[in-house]
Structures are given as C-alpha cells and as structure tokens.
Design a protein around this ligand. Structure first.
Ligand code: AMP
Ligand code: GLY
Length: 442
C-alpha cells in the first residue's frame, strides 16, 4: 500500500485527494496545507461518496519546498502531486527530483507554458499551434506606438486583449473593446504595475470570439491521454455578467463538442505542444491544460496551464474509473502508454458556492450549514475549497472566496445539473452566492 501528498488547499486539491483515496493502492493521503474537507477522518460530514483511504492535513505552505521535502522523506511518502501553478513555476518539481523523490507535474522550464505568456506565444508560433495574432513588448513606449498604429489602421473601436506576461492569479488578462481601453490596461500593467513583476512584459493580441473549451490531458512527456472535455464559467453572475473569477462552475462533454473536434485539438494543439517541449529539451510531464476558444476558423489556444483546472477537475474526476495513483505514477515513470484510463459514461458537473463579495474582498469565518444531509449521497460530492474548522468548537466556517464546489455525475447534462442543484439546496452560509445557469440552465 502507498501514501501520497497533495500540495495545495482548494477545491482542486480536495478533488485530487479524494480521487487518490479511492485508489486500491492508497492507504493514506496527506494534504499540505489542505482545508476542512481534506481531513475527512476528523470531519465526516465533509463529503458524499466517502473515499476509503485515510487523510491528514499537514500545516506546511505550498511554497516551503524545504519543509515539504523534509516531511515527504520523514514520512517516507511514495509520491507527490501539485495542485497550484505558483509552486510549479517556482520549481517545486525540480526541487523534489533533485532530492530523489517522485512528484507529478512539470519542471520549472516546462511550466513556462503557463508562467510566461510571451514564451507560450513564441512557442505556439514556432510549432504552428493555432492561436491569436499577437505582439510582445518589454517597452511601454513601443507598446503605446503599437496601439497608435493599430488605431490608424483599424480605427478607435479595434478590440484587443492585453495580457501581463507572468502569473497574476488569473487577473492579468484584460479584454478590451476599444484602443482607449487597451491604453488604460497597458498603463495599469506596465506603469502602475498592478500585477507586480508579472507586468514587466506584455502580450497584446487580437480579440477572438467563440465558446471556450478546456481540454486537460495527462502526459508523461510522450503519450497524451485527454480527459473528458469541459467548459468552465468564469464571470461571477448568471448570463456571464460581472467580473471574471477563477471559475464559478464547470461541466463535462459540452454538447457542441464532438469527437472530430477533439481529434483535431489533439492533432493541432496537444501533440505539437508535447513534441515541441520534448524537442527543446524541456519535456512536459504532468497535466497539460489547453484553454481554447472555438472560433469560426477552428479551435485556437487562449492559454496553456501547467496544472489541473479548477473547477473543471471537480466536474471531471468524479467520472474517473481508473486508479488515480496508477495514472499519476505512470506519468511520473514515463509509462503512460501502458496504462488505460477509463472514464465512466455520462456527464459530470460542479457549481461553486462563493463568499459574499467574491471576486472582490470577502469576509471569512462565516458558519456553513447543511452538509450533513449530503454525506450519504452516492451521486453528489461536496468538494471543499475555502473552508476551515473554527478554533474551539470545530464548526465548519468559510475561509476563502470560493468556498465549496458541489459536484454530481449523471447520465445526461440536464439530469446531472438537476442533481447538482439539489445538492446545493440544503447548503447555507450568510451571503453565499452562486450561478444558477451552469451548463446553460437559466
Ligand atoms: P487566459 O488567462 O489567457 O485564458 O485569459 C482569461 C480569459 O480571457 C479567457 O478565458 C478568455 O475568456 C479571455 N481571453 C483571453 N485571450 C483572449 C482573446 N485573444 N480573445 C478573447 N478573449 C480572450
Ligand atoms: N478554471 C480555470 C483555471 O483553472 O485556470
């Protein structure tokens, strides 16, 4: 029997820990630092579809590689899986590998596909991966001149997207309707430095139109195994109104996505990306997440992410029939080609319950009620994102912007969504808000 460590503390990490804990090879999952849901031994109301392995939260921050390595060694844990992008971009995989430990995820050089948008654009151009036309600038004056030239050529209503080069917690992308808006976005990024060092360089690109699609694939650097296609809903309010969030809900198998489209994405996006990274001596292992937009000219890449999508994975993993530990170990050991990764037929979906004020500032410590009624469900799973147990009485309280992700699986999208919203119904915390139109329901 094996033990695993999950690094991170959100809904994605609860889903990863939960999927690992269902593996027949796993006896104990550790989560650093985790949340109230990832310690299901002490908090049995946490989750439906109880996993069989034990779980423990470890109070170590995701950026403290030295302490994480020491803990992994001391407990003789078999392998590690990393949730968030920041430690991947900072080289957590390199550090564990240097210590001779097994870890799932890309190295720092491979994670540049997410951590530098300028690198990703150059890479996509070199490997003919379809994406928006773009230009990259280190110099504010040159970027302003580009906008002026664009205004002369296309007029003041020319739509563009301004992107800070580095990691900006999902906030560094500004979709602009006019040149004036693009100037403001540029000023915020390069002069005000609203996104810190991430804004020392910008990518300015044409605005594309179409529905978005998230394709996540397991890879060992050679073999690619895509997971079921998913769609996430980023704006905070129904009907895509309001500011963007990390994601307010997601569902698998969008009805406008067929096998021919998935085959095309694998051939024109995933395959050249994995082969291109191997060819430059920075093989990509882990999960490659392509954020795509389905334009009239075909699918184009908006961004690559070097990790599991959140909340996509809370919709996808409940469908996984494969042994998660075996899948991750096969990626780490370069033998993904010998492993089959079945997903059950049907659809997965998840709805995020958010704190009052999110995605702006929000309070913490609000008591959460109603989860007990779901603990015995066999098709609804509540993944915790921003939760903790209150000091003293141990009551479950909010501790983040996205608080819970309520997931369900079912035969069809409408049936699954019905179950998800039935799962949401008994849950309450003061000021809780969520979208009522995930999956296209209104
Ligand atoms: P990114 O972090 O690059 O995925 O961008 C975040 C969001 O901004 C995407 O999910 C899209 O909704 C939007 N976006 C990014 N690039 C473009 C583009 N070229 N055209 C239209 N929308 C975009
Ligand atoms: N759901 C968007 C992301 O994980 O980046």
């Amino acid at each position: 029997m094996k033990t695993a460590l999950v690094v991170g503390s959100g809904g994605r990490e609860h889903a990863l820990a939960w999927a690992l804990a269902r593996s027949p090879q796993i006896q104990h999952v550790y989560v650093a630092p985790g949340n109230a849901g990832t310690r299901w031994d002490d908090n049995p109301s946490a989750t439906g579809l109880q996993p069989r392995a034990a779980s423990t939260n470890v109070p170590i921050a995701v950026e403290d590689f030295t302490a994480l390595i020491a803990y992994t060694r001391q407990q003789a844990l078999d392998f590690v899986v990393v949730g968030p992008e920041a430690p991947l971009a900072a080289g957590i995989v390199d550090a564990f590998q240097a210590a001779g430990l097994r870890i799932f995820g890309p190295t720092r050089d491979a994670a540049r596909l997410e951590s530098s948008k300028a690198f990703a654009k150059g890479f996509m151009r070199e490997h003919h991966i379809p994406c928006a036309e773009s230009a990259t600038f280190d110099d504010y004056a040159a970027a302003l001149q580009f906008l002026a030239d664009r205004e002369t050529a296309h007029g003041p209503a020319s739509p563009l997207v301004v992107k800070a080069d580095g990691l900006a917690a999902g906030k560094g992308v500004m979709v602009c309707n006019t040149i004036e808006e693009a100037r403001t976005a540029l000023h915020r990024t390069m002069v005000d430095r609203s996104f810190g060092a991430a804004g020392h360089r910008v990518v300015i690109e044409e605005r594309l139109y179409g529905r978005e699609l998230s394709i996540l694939a397991f890879t060992d650097g050679q073999t690619i195994v895509p997971m079921p296609p998913a769609r996430d809903h980023k704006p905070v309010y129904d009907d895509d109104q309001g500011p963007n969030t990390g994601g307010m809900g997601a569902y698998t198998h969008p009805p406008d996505v067929d096998g021919a489209l998935l085959e095309m994405i694998e051939r024109t996006v995933l395959r050249p990306a994995i082969d291109g990274m191997a060819a430059r001596g920075t093989p990509y292992r882990g999960v490659l997440y392509a954020g795509l937009i389905l334009t009239p000219d075909g699918p184009k890449v908006l961004e690559f992410n070097c990790r599991f999508g959140d909340p996509e994975i809370e919709a996808i993993l409940p469908l996984l029939e494969a042994d998660m530990a075996e899948v991750l170990l096969a990626c780490i050991e370069g033998r993904l080609g010998q492993v089959s990764i079945p997903f059950r037929p049907g659809v997965g979906a998840t709805v995020v319950l958010a704190s009052p004020g999110y995605p702006g500032p929000y309070p913490g410590g609000i008591p959460i009620t109603g989860l007990e009624t779901l603990a015995t469900s066999d098709d609804i799973i509540v993944f915790h994102a921003g939760t903790t147990q209150r000091e003293g009485d141990g009551h479950l309280v909010t501790a983040g912007g996205r608080v819970l992700a309520v997931s369900a699986v079912g035969e069809s999208l409408p049936a699954t969504l019905r179950r998800v919203y039935e799962g949401v119904a008994p849950i309450h915390f003061e000021g809780m808000h969520y979208r009522r139109d995930i999956g296209g329901l209104l």
